[in-house]
Write a protein that binds this ligand. Structure first.
Ligand code: NAD
Ligand code: MG
Length: 397
């Protein structure tokens, strides 16, 4: 039993979380699972807990916790429910923690693991967007290492010369362009949740899939990259690359450009963080460039995809502006998935919130929560206005 690395997975029932659990299940001699967390999905948690036998399981939803507790009775696994249980899971002594909760809900648990000095595999980009300076300062103070899981940032991490950051000219993030890359504005205005959830290359959770369709995902990733690699907004470019083979690039001062390539499969970036600084075999399909066809690159269209400029604006404004952007987007995505607003209302609602909620200095977590609250309130009001237009129109169809 000795010599196994202790690990926890926050957001274990989601897309990245389940990918992580599958990699852990393939290497039982290398890892001991301390804690798994989920929200409502009891069935996924039960499966993963039976396979990985963690010491502790937390479900944010108390009813789901009760169902998991009943099922796992007699296996010696402690099960708890509620937000405080998720925080307690992050606090437990695991060396490596996968932070894969979606949205601002992941911030407090991720920060708790950072405060213990754990190595963090960071998928939960929203926590960096909302509180990047707080998280990176805390990581520096405790010696916690942030290893990016997001495929673009994982790519940059692999080719970025962290010892000589001054040698880097620019960072170039690639974007697939999502399902509406070639659609007209009129087609986008009429897009349904089912169409927006059909990502051409990646199989992911619902929120990030909608973010990919609006390109808010790339906007959040710009801000994420700024924090992870200490780069200002004007030194991070975005290029649309519909095949999702080149995961991102670093342009050096001498004209060299280093890129990381691979098939679009999250097992690779998760494995990079799990075994870092070593590399381990991973049962992914390997890239054969001769079978890939053309790899193409194009500039993003700011008219159909205003999200990138909106994120740049928030990044330049600083303070709590990115937290406002994030909360407004979370609320708008939720309303779009519920059929309450149209697809193009998502950037429109974020713009309204950016106008209405002035950024404050990011002097602590309270400032983040206040910005989050104000942005959700402003978004809620804008959503109610639009609902009055959309729902009667649908009923009349
Ligand atoms: P998902 O929706 O599939 O899973 C989200 C997880 O968070 C689930 O385990 C869910 O139970 C948990 N969760 C949700 N709300 C919660 C709450 N209030 N309290 C506690 N737990 C809660 O999402 P995903 O696609 O796996 O994405 C997770 C994170 O990783 C996101 O930040 C996303 O942007 C990032 N990411 C995902 C991918 C991907 O391929 N899916 C790629 C890059 C980055
Ligand atoms: Mg990404």
């Amino acid at each position: 039993m000795n010599g196994r690395r202790s690990v926890s997975v926050l957001g274990a029932t989601g897309s990245v979380g389940q990918t992580t659990c599958a990699l852990l299940a393939e290497a039982p001699d290398a890892f001991r699972v301390e804690a798994l967390t989920g929200n409502c999905n009891a069935a996924a948690m039960i499966r993963s807990a039976r396979a990985l036998r963690p010491a502790f399981v937390a479900m944010a939803d108390p009813a789901a916790a009760a169902a998991v507790r009943d099922d796992l009775a007699g296996l010696g696994i402690e099960v708890a429910g509620g937000e405080s249980a998720v925080l307690a899971a992050a606090d437990r002594p695991a060396d490596w923690v996968m932070a894969a909760i979606v949205g601002a809900a992941g911030l407090a648990p991720t920060l708790a693991a950072v405060r213990r000095g754990a190595t963090i595999a960071l998928a939960n980009k929203e926590s960096l967007v909302c509180a990047g300076h707080l998280l990176t300062a805390e990581a520096k103070a405790t010696g916690s290492r942030l290893l990016p899981v997001d495929s673009e940032h994982n790519a940059i991490f692999q080719v970025f010369d962290g010892a000589r950051p001054e040698s880097v000219h620019r960072i170039i993030l690639t974007a697939s362009g999502g399902p509406f890359r070639t659609c007209s504005l009129a087609e986008m205005a009429a897009a349904t949740p089912a169409q927006a959830l059909r990502h051409p290359n990646w199989d992911m959770g619902a929120k990030i899939t909608i973010d990919s369709a609006t390109m808010f995902n790339k906007g959040l990733e710009l801000i994420e990259a700024g924090h992870l690699f200490a780069m200002p907004e004007d030194r991070i470019d975005v290029v649309v690359h519909p095949q999702s083979i080149v995961h991102s690039l670093v342009s050096y001062r001498d004209g060299s450009v280093l890129a990381q390539l691979g098939l679009p499969d999250m097992r690779t970036p998760v494995a990079v963080t799990l075994y870092w600084p070593e590399r381990a075999a991973c049962a992914v399909e390997h890239l054969d460039l001769t079978r890939m066809g053309d790899l193409t690159f194009e500039a993003p269209d700011p008219t159909r995809f205003p999200a990138l400029d909106q994120a740049r604006q928030a990044m330049k404004a600083g303070g709590t502006a990115p937290a406002v952007l994030n909360a407004a987007n979370e609320a708008a995505v939720h309303a779009f998935l519920a059929g309450e607003i149209g697809f193009l209302d998502i950037p429109a609602i974020v713009a309204i919130c950016q106008d209405r909620v002035s950024p404050a200095p990011l002097d602590g977590l309270d400032a983040v929560w206040e910005a989050d609250r104000l942005a959700r309130a402003a978004a809620g009001e804008a959503i109610r206005q639009r609902r009055k237009v959309i729902l009667p129109a649908r009923a009349a169809q």
